[in-house]
Design a protein around this ligand. Structure first.
Ligand SMILES: [Ca+2]
Ligand SMILES: [Ca+2]
Ligand SMILES: [Ca+2]
Length: 341
């Protein structure tokens, strides 16, 4: 009888402990225009890992960036109002990006924009003009500015970890301005991590990766190519970035883009310690800067995670659920021994 009561108590404890450690990972992916499948591919890799579940995934092909009723902006606001401390929110955007919008609140400063893909720009970012993502179709109406992205993130509870993966041109400019996401609530609470496909003045390259009847040709940004090649269980987000950067430094890549007649085999981006030669400093302004040596400038990382964050992308750490089960097995073994003696 005592054993039965203990069992009931432990089952109750088990239920309580599950709710106490409840924390979920949410994936919100958008692929726009030529990169319509780009974020969904990231999800296809993640979904095999235990903390990700299709019930917590939303994946869009062509979703406008800015609209007051249905857009990336309002979707993120929805996550911001419902996620709780401990949850992980991964926002993946693959599509076009801009960097020369009039900056009404001047949060980007007054440093003039350098030439695109200049390997040695005369000044560090931020550069004048707001960055943007979310173009969908031919209209530019639906671009979302970086200030608006930060506004959407501002409603998250502290303790929600936000991860941003963006393959867009000029993604590096999503951080750096004083109204950008690195000043939003998640970043202010050591909970924002971002992998951004190009520096603020850099364009991001996507190469031909497939075709569908519905959406037509599709291009995969080099950042997502490297991320897809390097995801493993038990890897943290910063480790995943490092592995992807090494992949891009060491693997050659067939360009296969429509604006170039002859395909070239190039490394994705330079090494982190790279110093351009005199010849390499003569950049090209068409499409990307480094036809002779590299496909694009190196993606950048933004990390405000402190040691209490830094979630794993893969298998989560053991929770108290498994510990309680072990205790339960130990107690029932003890009761059995007592009964026998
Ligand atoms: Ca601004
Ligand atoms: Ca800017
Ligand atoms: Ca910016």
């Amino acid at each position: 009888m005592l054993g039965r009561k203990l069992l009931v108590a432990f089952v109750l404890a088990l239920g309580l402990s599950v709710s106490a450690v409840h924390a979920d990972s949410y994936f919100y992916g958008v692929g726009n225009d030529e990169a319509w499948y780009g974020s969904h591919e990231i999800w296809m890799e993640l979904e095999d890992l235990p903390e990700w579940h299709i019930n917590r995934c939303a994946s869009w092909a062509n979703r406008r960036g800015w609209d007051t009723s249905a857009s990336i902006y309002t979707d993120i606001q929805g996550y911001a109002s419902s996620l709780e401390a401990g949850d992980v929110f991964l926002f993946s955007y693959m599509g076009h990006g801009g960097w020369d919008w009039p900056d009404a609140n001047s949060d980007e400063g007054s440093t003039s924009r350098p030439d695109s893909n200049d390997p040695t720009p005369p000044n560090p970012p931020p550069y004048t003009g707001d960055e943007s993502i979310g173009r969908s179709g031919d209209s530019s109406t639906y671009w979302m500015r970086d200030d608006q992205l930060a506004d959407a993130f501002a409603d998250f509870d502290s303790g929600v970890e936000v991860v941003v993966i963006s393959g867009a041109c000029h993604s590096g400019g999503l951080v750096g301005g004083s109204s950008d996401i690195d000043y939003s609530v998640p970043a202010g609470n050591d909970g924002l991590y971002a992998m951004l496909g190009a520096p603020e003045h850099g364009t991001s390259v996507g190469y031909y990766a497939g075709y569908s009847e519905t959406f037509g040709d599709y291009y995969r940004p080099l950042l997502s190519e490297a991320l897809l090649a390097t995801l493993e269980p038990n890897i943290s987000f910063p480790e995943w970035y490092d592995a992807a950067m090494t992949h891009g430094e060491t693997q050659t890549h067939e360009t296969n883009v429509p604006w170039q007649e002859e395909n070239l085999f190039l490394e994705f981006w330079p090494e982190s310690e790279w110093v351009p030669t005199t010849q390499e400093e003569t950049w090209y302004t068409d499409h990307w800067g480094w036809q002779e040596s590299y496909a694009q400038l190196r993606p950048i990382e933004y990390n405000s995670l402190d040691s209490s964050h830094d979630h794993l992308v893969g298998t989560p750490e053991p929770t108290s659920t498994s510990l309680v089960i072990l205790v339960l097995l130990g107690v029932s073994a003890k009761l059995r021994r007592r009964k026998q003696s």
